[in-house]
Ligand binder design. Structure first.
Ligand SMILES: *[C@@H]1O[C@H](CO)[C@@H](O)[C@H](O)[C@H]1NC(C)=O
Ligand SMILES: *[C@@H]1O[C@H](CO)[C@@H](O)[C@H](O)[C@H]1NC(C)=O
Length: 495
């Protein structure tokens, strides 16, 4: 991460720590009256629709008539949105985008917005303490819905952002009876004071029948990160590795500061943190662009391209349309995204065996690849090799494209070489009069195996002509191997 983003994060964390020391000077007030006032400060409003003016209808728990007046329909599922910590005591605009997107996706749905702004507009550690209180109140509400209306908890989906994710976890923890909440989605669950805690002290897989989480801002500083880093769900999604998100880096911070003044620093923190929310909204709005995450141990393994498998629930859909498979252990899911909605990209694993012409020589060429498909092209994508190229070794790496190029038909490999370096090389050659070609750096590529994550198709590419040598500043074309095509034809015949 760049310096400015680091500083902004540091400031953010300092604010949290300062708040933490302020806490010790406060007296705990747990009187019954205060507890009641806290419970009453929470508001429950059904979202009726985005027009004409964010139409909401608020009801009072335990007063059935108020809920009926608001048009709660017990035959429809209930999705509740739970916000997080707030610095200004106001709703963030994503709340209404999320509510509206849910309504767009499903007509027959009760969308509930839970307002605990008063309890969230506190020093961070106090807001953290309040998450239990709010969780308890939501649990009471769901118990009442079940007892009074026969509304099953299994039809409840809580979507909690930041601290709201842990509020939802506590709600799942505190409900009575044997039926669990259907689903909890944690959107970048808050990290400070939750990271490393036992499963009863934070959102965890046993808080609902199915729990999913999206981690978008887990960049660590002095042992703290804004979003929790550890898995807390059945499926934990880590877009772009989960530390920071594309479009949330330094250059955007300047524009944030220009736009919001010093508050721009918070905007930068919010950018990656809130990305979890927008990824979820994306899953509701862009049904034809559903993002798939792939089970993987960590980001560096994912970057090798070796995790693009969908066998045995190794991949799953991010967001609303996730396949609700309960897993024994949390599955960490990885994928890349664009910087804007729709966030979906297309992943490919490339497997290449390079034969380095000069023995005992290690090359670090900067290679790019262009992909040409039936639906579109993606040109000059840089290849990031983790290791330098040595003789006779197979390299696997990940390539991703912003656009759907359809079936891959043609590849162009280019060894991008700084002109100066090539010239220097030529000079050296002329000077020493070696003049023999084997002194040129070159790579031999016979076959390229490619697996597309999104389609799970595998294809093998061969050089378009007999010359397999790839040299600096040269471009080489690869087409589908003939044997590959004929094998496919055979398969078709056998069907
Ligand atoms: C609830 O929705 C169903 C259809 O999904 C409808 O038939 C029924 O009338 C609704 N109930 C109320 C109270 O609006
Ligand atoms: C690499 O493989 C080629 C052909 O397969 C072989 O001729 C060459 O000796 C190998 N080089 C090394 C260093 O193993």
């Amino acid at each position: 991460m760049n310096n400015w983003a680091q500083i902004s994060l540091l400031l953010f964390i300092c604010a949290i720590l300062k708040a933490q020391s302020a806490r010790t000077t406060r007296k705990d007030d747990t009187s019954v009256g205060r507890r009641k006032a806290q419970a009453e400060s929470i508001k429950y409003c059904l979202f009726k629709g985005p027009s004409p003016n964010k139409e909401i209808c608020c009801f009072t728990p335990n007063k059935a008539v108020t809920l009926e007046t608001c048009g709660f329909n017990t035959s429809h599922p209930l999705v509740a949105i739970v916000h997080g910590w707030t610095l200004d005591g106001m709703y963030e605009s994503w709340i209404w985008k999320m509510a509206a997107a849910l309504k767009v996706r499903r007509k027959n749905i009760n969308v509930l917005v839970i307002d605990w702004l008063t309890l969230a507009h506190q020093h961070y550690p106090i807001a953290v303490k309040n998450t239990r209180i709010v969780g308890q109140e939501i649990a009471n509400l769901l118990d009442w819905l079940e007892e009074f209306f026969g509304f099953p908890k299994g039809k409840v989906h809580l979507i909690g952002y930041s601290l709201g994710a842990h509020v939802s976890g506590f709600a799942g923890n505190y409900i009575t009876g044997t039926n669990r909440i259907g689903r909890i989605t944690g959107l970048d669950p808050a990290g400070p004071l939750f990271e490393g805690m036992s499963s009863t002290e934070r959102l965890s897989p046993d808080d609902a029948n199915f729990v999913d989480a999206v981690h978008t801002f887990t960049q660590e500083h002095i042992g703290l990160s804004v979003g929790i880093n550890q898995p807390v769900a059945h499926y934990d999604f880590y877009p772009n590795g989960g530390t920071i998100q594309p479009g949330c880096h330094l250059k955007h911070m300047y524009s944030h500061i220009a736009q919001y003044g010093i508050l721009g620093i918070t905007e930068t923190v919010k950018c990656a943190h809130e990305r979890s929310v927008h990824l979820f909204i994306d899953s509701l709005l862009n049904e034809d662009k559903q993002i798939v995450g792939y089970w993987c141990n960590d980001l560096s393994t994912f970057n090798k391209g070796t995790c693009l498998s969908c066998r045995k629930n190794r991949c799953n859909t991010l967001g609303y349309n996730i396949k609700k498979v309960r897993t024994q252990r949390s599955k960490k899911m990885y994928f890349k995204t664009r910087a804007n909605m729709p966030y979906k990209v297309y992943h490919y694993q490339f497997k290449i065996r390079f034969i380095n012409h000069m023995e005992h020589n290690i090359l670090e060429p900067s290679l790019t690849v262009s992909l040409f498909g039936t639906e579109g092209d993606a040109e000059n994508l840089p290849i990031k090799l983790v290791e330098s190229i040595t003789t006779n070794k197979t390299y696997s790496f990940l390539i991703h494209t912003d656009v759907n190029i359809g079936d891959l038909m043609l590849l162009k490999f280019k060894w991008e070489n700084p002109v100066a370096w090539t010239n220097l090389w030529k000079t050296v050659q002329t000077y020493f009069q070696w003049g023999q070609n084997h002194l040129n750096p070159e790579l031999i590529v016979r076959k390229i195996r490619i697996k597309a994550g999104e389609t799970q198709h595998k294809v093998t590419f061969c050089p378009s002509n007999i010359d397999m040598h790839l040299q600096p500043a040269q471009e080489k074309k690869f087409v589908r191997c003939v044997s590959d095509r004929s094998r496919k034809r055979h398969r078709r015949i056998s069907i």
